[in-house]
Design a protein around this ligand. Structure first.
Ligand code: 5GP
Length: 213
């Protein structure tokens, strides 16, 4: 494969919170040197342990609006009560350097990317194995953030809303076992990288093979 150039792809992972998306994204980034994460801008508060420029670019609403008005966002959406968006520059730079880009964005952003670049997009949706598992993960997580029962219920109803969009995705992974889910996410990436339309210079390559016969 090294003799062929490949068009970079945009790999989107969406899921309700608590379905394991962050763990899968981290594993893919660790195992794929030529994969880079799109770092979103958001107006939401930074959580403990989050690093500006690594997890998100934390900006205020004015700055966010300015980025949207200056057409610096590839897509943007309101999720929960905050704004989130994908800065365009780093994505274009990575793709033009032959890297693939992974996005952790919601269904609204995925729809916008699809309108912009359907050919380059791979859309993967992660589902939890059961309602109980999702509820447990959300409750465990809420212990760190000291969420109230009302906030937890709010997250669960948002999760139900997000899940209803699974039909807009190309692939669905049911995350019953995290190692298996990571393997499946990797298989999707590997297969999509082999798509014929993503391989540049293929016809010259085959012509070269035939010429010698
Ligand atoms: P959280 O605040 O928990 O980090 O993320 C909340 C939701 O916002 C998640 O579903 C995440 O996928 C989504 N999200 C994060 N960044 C972006 C973005 O740049 N665009 C869109 N549309 N959604 C995003």
């Amino acid at each position: 494969m090294s003799m062929l150039k490949r068009r970079g792809l945009m790999y989107v992972l969406s899921s309700p919170s608590g379905a394991g998306k962050t763990t899968i994204t981290r594993a893919l980034l660790k195992n794929n040197q030529d994969l880079t994460a799109s770092i979103s801008a958001t107006t939401r508060q930074r959580r403990a342990g989050e690093v500006h420029g690594q997890d998100y670019f934390f900006v205020d609403t004015n700055k966010f609006r300015e980025m949207v008005d200056n057409r610096e966002m590839l897509e943007h959406a309101k999720v929960f009560d905050n704004y989130y968006g994908t800065p365009k520059g780093p994505v274009e730079e990575a793709l033009s350097n032959g890297k693939d880009v992974i996005f952790d964005i919601d269904w609204q952003g995925t729809q916008q990317l699809f309108e912009l670049a359907a050919e380059d997009l791979v859309r993967v949706f992660i589902l939890p194995p059961s309602r109980m598992a999702l509820e447990k993960r959300l409750r465990d997580r809420s212990k760190d953030t000291l969420e109230t029962e009302e906030q937890i219920r709010g997250r669960m109803s948002k999760a139900a809303d997000e899940m209803s969009h699974y039909t807009e995705y190309d692939y669905v992974i049911i995350n019953e076992d995290i190692d298996k889910a990571i393997t499946q996410a990797q298989l999707i990436l590997d297969s999509e990288r082999l798509k014929r339309r993503r391989l540049a210079g293929l016809s010259e390559f085959v012509r070269g093979l035939k010429d010698g016969l």
